[in-house]
Design a binder for this molecule. Structure first.
Ligand code: AMP
Length: 416
């Protein structure tokens, strides 16, 4: 099978490694890709948010499957354009991708489907926002209604800061705070059949001990030894199947990757958010543990044949990824620094570029690289991931030093 992978971040590098390792994938093209992906795929330049450009490239290259990594092309309708040419595509339609593109739409679907989630109000003015904040009390949760690349959410005890964020965004969802450890569950679906991957946990705050501002994600690990038994079955039953049924009922079936972000509260799992694509950096750890061929799985979802797909096989042990971020991230990152020590298996490229003059590897984004490693247990995987990150030199970079530590110590606890 010939596959075109769309995107250029760490998630896409992890997807590229998985696709390249699948014996049924005879040719892998990535657009635009990155210097890490270049090790396993042919790169093509394309405007990933231009549906006609991406579908044109798929036809020109005669591919059998297009896999769309990031959210922006999905919301722009790239999957629709690819499917319209008759090429199979892993990724939801623009209509279905609104589960991620609009927080208010996602809440509406969850309410209609009876999915357990935080109570919420959509607010467009200061008076409405203030009323909602006061009804729920602190900590306040204010979410930008549109796509914000994982950075549109403010969780704060400071009422004035909550109001200021709402004023900046215009239209926001204000919701009740959900207390409990968070879980990311990826579900591969063709709209009807659905296959859960291993649950993972990511680290959103920039600083050790979950301090500082939110980021796109600073690290992740899987599996979750502390998760309640039966969690995945419960989430499939209470969240995933009702949501897929509601999307079909609306005439906009969701096929692709449904990312379910959950808080495990005293009342059970509650949905924090849906995304319409693989999460970054959880993909790095989940795919590191997936033994079943990735191309075959995504092709089955893209062609409506997932019900006939064999059960997934997983590797024993654990996986950890640690993100190395550029100076000033999550603020506007400093780019153009020379990176050394990155040419090792397990170093995933997230925001890198090659200098044309001499081929030197440069930082080109906020999250630059991820050290991703597996091991017989979580402690071994963590140590191996940190060894990778410690071997990289990027001036001014920073990373968290406590990824997976609480889980290694057995200190992730469920609320009583
Ligand atoms: P989101 O973009 O919706 O995933 O939000 C980003 C992060 O904000 C989440 O991973 C949570 O850590 C936090 N968050 C969002 N909504 C809530 C909530 N209702 N209660 C507690 N934390 C939340």
């Amino acid at each position: 099978m010939r596959v075109l992978l769309v995107g250029s971040g760490g998630r896409e590098h992890a997807l590229a490694l998985g696709l390249a390792a699948d014996p049924s994938v005879e040719r892998l093209i990535a657009a635009p890709g990155n210097p890490g992906i270049a090790g396993v795929a042919e790169l093509r330049q394309v405007d990933t948010a231009d549906p006609a450009a991406v579908s044109g490239l798929a036809v020109e290259e005669g591919v059998d499957l297009v896999v769309i990594g990031p959210e922006a092309p999905l919301v722009a309708g790239v999957a629709d354009a690819v499917r319209a040419t008759g090429v199979a595509c892993f990724g939801p339609s623009a209509e279905a991708a609104r589960l991620e593109g609009s927080k208010a739409f996602a809440k509406d679907v969850m309410t209609a489907a009876g999915v357990p989630t935080a109570r919420a109000y959509t607010c467009t003015d200061e008076a409405g926002t203030a009323r909602a904040l006061d009804e729920f009390g602190a900590p306040y949760v204010v979410k930008n209604d549109g796509l914000a690349a994982g950075k549109g959410v403010v969780v704060t005890d400071d009422r004035a800061a909550a109001l200021a964020h709402a004023a900046e965004c215009g239209r926001v969802v204000v919701e009740e705070y959900l207390a409990g450890p968070e879980v990311s569950l990826f579900v591969v679906t063709d709209g009807e059949a659905a296959v859960p991957l291993l649950p993972a946990q990511d680290f959103k705050r920039v600083g050790d001990g979950d301090t500082g501002p939110n980021t796109g994600g600073m690290g992740a690990y899987a599996p979750l030894a502390w998760a309640p038994p039966g969690l995945v079955d419960q989430v499939m039953r209470e969240v995933v199947y009702p949501t897929l049924a509601e999307m079909r009922h609306r005439g906009t079936p969701f096929a692709g990757l449904l990312y379910v972000g959950l808080a495990i509260t005293t009342a059970g799992p509650r949905v924090i958010e849906f995304n319409a694509r693989f999460g970054d950096p959880e993909t790095q750890v989940v795919l590191a543990l997936l033994e079943s061929p990735l191309g075959g799985l995504l092709h089955a979802a893209a062609t409506g044949t997932l019900a006939a797909h064999p059960p997934l096989r997983w590797r024993d042990g654990a996986a950890v990824t640690v993100v190395l971020a550029a100076a000033n991230y999550p603020g506007p990152p400093r780019t153009g620094d020379v990176i050394t020590g990155a040419e090792r298996p397990g170093v995933i490229h997230a925001g890198t570029a090659r200098r044309a003059a001499d081929g030197a590897l440069l930082s080109a984004g906020g999250r630059v690289l991820c050290g991703t490693a597996t091991g017989p247990d979580l402690a071994a995987a963590r140590d191996a991931a940190y060894a990778l990150v410690d071997g990289v030199d990027l001036p001014g970079s920073h990373h968290r030093r406590d990824i997976a530590d609480a889980a290694v110590r057995g200190a992730v606890t469920l609320p009583a």
